[in-house]
Write a protein that binds this ligand. Structure first.
Ligand code: CO
Length: 150
């Protein structure tokens, strides 16, 4: 396992649409492990592959309830709304209020290629939405209603 460099705002890799994962191989497992270690080292709750320079549809999340890995994730259901503060490891020093669904259901594959669905509420729903946006080249900054001063 290895730590990877986190790409920062302005790096073109963060604004591209990621490709679907087709091969559930050792390379994917290493990427997911490295992403998790990199996220933990930086005290993040989520990290998407483009944040380490890889244009693949992979996300890792841990909001304190354990490790979640999403490969080729899709939001299949959204309910309600919530407004709360977001930040991003690729956007150090900036936080802002963003509106997101209160509850989302995500369909994804695990690292072995097995399909599953997972529901998230509150912070986890927010993390799903934020990280999945990264896979389409979108940063939370574009959705901020109000920036929060440090
Ligand atoms: Co982010």
């Amino acid at each position: 396992m290895a730590l990877r460099e986190i790409r920062k705002k302005g790096d073109e890799v963060l604004y591209k649409v990621c490709k679907e994962v087709k091969e559930f191989d050792k390379k994917l497992a290493i990427l997911l492990d490295d992403m998790y270690d990199t996220m933990q080292k930086s005290d993040g709750v989520g990290l998407a592959a483009p944040q380490v320079g890889i244009l693949k549809r992979c996300v890792v999340i841990d909001v304190g309830e354990g490790r979640i890995e999403l490969v080729n994730p899709k939001i299949i259901k959204e309910e309600g709304s919530q407004t709360g503060t977001e930040g991003c490891l690729s956007v150090p020093g900036q936080w802002g209020e963003v509106e997101r669904p209160m509850k989302v259901t995500v369909e994804a594959f695990d690292r072995y290629g097995k399909k599953f669905t997972i529901e998230g509420e509150e912070l986890l729903a927010r993390a799903f939405c934020h990280e999945l946006d990264h896979l389409d080249g979108k940063l939370f900054l574009d959705k901020v209603i109000r920036f929060i001063e440090e």
